[in-house]
Structure formats: structure tokens, C-alpha cells
Design a protein around this ligand. Structure first.
Ligand SMILES: [Zn+2]
Length: 222
């Protein structure tokens, strides 16, 4: 199975009908299933898809059909939607729904010197294509901000990531202690919890997985 920033498989739901509005409860529910109720950019998760905005991946301004094309509708959080540039950068972005764009292998996710509120993104290849470079710059902008206003706006996202990362690391520590003590029951419970943190259905999967990989838990990835 291919893994991506969010493993997006639109075939998991039947395409809802789209008439005048692309933001109906039916469309939001379908997008919630496809995107695991997560923003396709920052992987913020809400319980209710209603809390998200519906984004057009390809710009709709000049193309009326794109407005009502189910395959062009993505789930995005309000912050990402407002911080994104109004016009896509030349060359466009990686598409987490497209088979040819494998976001998980094309982008490297990491934290710098254990700063879990400071996620970093870079191209995995020394010769990245323009879409990868644009996506890395976009993810950086959406997590770090690019002016005083967006630096403030993105602070709560970084804090959520920080808290999640610390919980994951705490669980990893408990798991390793249980293994050292041969406490099989505690080890099993902690491993189940770690598996949940690293699942693509959970918030911030790719960032949590960069921690999981570092501690040799890649075998738990779904
Ligand atoms: Zn977002």
C-alpha cells in the first residue's frame, strides 16, 4: 500500500452529488471519511467534518466545472485555508490523491534537535521536482508562518503537535521500560497505544512517524 501525507483513497466512498453548493452535509461527510477528518495539509483532526472548509485543489476561478468536480474537493482547516497563498505557486503542489505524487516518500519530516513545536520539512531527493519544492515551502509556511500575523496564527498548531509528540515519546518510554522489566501486559498495552499514535487516522501522522521511525517503531505503521 502506498503511504502519503494522508493516505487518500477517494474510492472509499461513492461520489456525492454536487449541485449549487460544494459544502453540503453530504459532501462534508464523504470528505470526512476520505481524509479521516483531517486537514489534508497540516493533518489537524476534528471530530466533526463540519469544522473544516472545503478547498478546491485546482484553482476554480477560471473553470466552472472544477467548482463541482468531486475529485477537486479537499478537506482543509481554516488556518491552512487562510494562510495558503491566494494563487498557487508556479509549478503547483504535490497532490496527495494522485498516484504519481507519493508525499510520504518525496518529503522528509523532522524535528530539529528535539524541538517538537518546530517541525521541519525538506525534499527527500537531492534533485526534487518543482512540485515537491513548492509543497515543502507551503508546509513550512503553514507550520511556521511567514509574517508576524501568521507566526501567531500557527502557534496553536505547533503547540498541538508538541503535546502530541511528547505523549508519544512518553508512551515509547513506558513501552521500553515494560520490555526491560518483562512486563508483557504493560508492553502490549503501550504498543497498542503507540500504534494508534502512528496510525494514518490519527492527527499529524507524518510528524509522529518521524519520531516512530527514530525509535524503530516503523513496523507499527498502517
Ligand atoms: Zn491545516
Amino acid at each position: 500500500m502506498k503511504r502519503r501525507m494522508i493516505n487518500v483513497d477517494r474510492k472509499r466512498v461513492d461520489a456525492p452529488s454536487i449541485d449549487d453548493s460544494w459544502r453540503t452535509p453530504q459532501i462534508l461527510d464523504a470528505l470526512g471519511i476520505v481524509f479521516f477528518n483531517k486537514c489534508y495539509l497540516c493533518e489537524l483532526k476534528y471530530l466533526n467534518p463540519d469544522d473544516f472548509q472545503v478547498e478546491h485543489f485546482r484553482e476554480r476561478a477560471s473553470n466552472d466545472e472544477l467548482k463541482r468536480d468531486w475529485s477537486n474537493l479537499y478537506l482543509a482547516c481554516g488556518n491552512c485555508n487562510s494562510i495558503e497563498p491566494k494563487k498557487a505557486w508556479n509549478g503547483g503542489y504535490l497532490d496527495p490523491c494522485a498516484d504519481e505524487d507519493d508525499v510520504e516518500t518525496l518529503i522528509k519530516y523532522k524535528f530539529y534537535h528535539g524541538n517538537y513545536d518546530n517541525p521541519r520539512f525538506s525534499p527527500a531527493s537531492p534533485l526534487p521536482n518543482i512540485k515537491t519544492i513548492n509543497s515543502v515551502n507551503l508546509l513550512t509556511r503553514l507550520h511556521q508562518g511567514h509574517n508576524p500575523n501568521t507566526k501567531r496564527k500557527t502557534a496553536s498548531l505547533r503547540e498541538l503537535i508538541n503535546r502530541r509528540a511528547k505523549k508519544l515519546i512518553k508512551t515509547i518510554t513506558l513501552h521500553q521500560q515494560a520490555l526491560n522489566k518483562n512486563d508483557h501486559e504493560a508492553a502490549r498495552q503501550n504498543e497498542t497505544q503507540i500504534r494508534r499514535y502512528l496510525s494514518r487516522q490519527s492527527p499529524f501522522t507524518m510528524l509522529m512517524r518521524c519520531i516512530g521511525s527514530r525509535y524503530n517503531y516503523a513496523y507499527l505503521f498502517d
